[in-house]
Design a protein around this ligand. Sequence first.
Ligand code: ADP
Ligand code: MG
Length: 259
Amino acid sequence: MYTIAFSNEKGGVAKTTTTVSLGACLAEAGRKVLAVDLDPQANLTLALGVEPTRVVHSTASILLHDLPLRQAILPSSVSNLDLIPGSSETSQSERYLPVRERYEYLLRDAFQQAALQYDFVLMDCPPALGSVTLNALVASNLLLIPTQAEFFSIYALKNLMNWVRRIRSEYNPHLTYRLLLTLFDRRNRIHRLLSEQLRSNFNNGVLETVIEVDTKLRESPIAGAPIIFHAPKSRAAAQYRALAQEIIAYVEKANLQPA
Ligand code: ADP
Ligand code: MG
């Protein structure tokens, strides 16, 4: 089982879009996937067709009330793809987690105890480097950082990289990371320039696949279906399928330690 956290301090960089779209593509490729909504906005939950206000057990139940993780798993509308939903209660986690003992390890321990049979666990994080994101990164093999090729986005990466170093040294020495360029506009000169700079600064830290701007991606949450069902022939669907293949190859090659 490989665990991937989707995190970036910045909002609106396609963390949730990437979690849903990649999750559906991995499922389509025959992998069993669990998507975990750690953001109180519960956009991942909504995008997978579950109404957050009707959720009984959410990620908050696991983090704050020690609910066994299996009890919070729901099937989604996509076969091979299950969900641990978020709810408004998830916002309490950020605040109350740090008073719990060994709070950094609660999610990792919950996964270990549940002994799940998934190939991939994908965790959609809130846009903050707080106690919830810390839990996700401690429980992860891979941190996937969606980022735009914009100056402010790239500037924000500095802080995230410092965080990764701290987490590696204090909690999770196996954590690796990869950057994913999202919302890319190939006609935009700044995008082209900054993406080249990113590749020369981070070398193989940047994934080959690039996700370009595609309006179909904005429509798919409204339709309540991941892009490969909403617009199977769109450019975005093709790019997320390519991303799934790249991630599968990466994970097989890296031979990551199971979480
Ligand atoms: P985050 O979870 O990082 O806050 P979202 O996944 O919610 O970001 O994406 C922010 C907005 O951008 C959403 O309205 C989403 O539909 C839109 N979006 C994401 N990726 C793309 C893309 N490649 N092309 C066009 N719109 C996109
Ligand atoms: Mg989001």
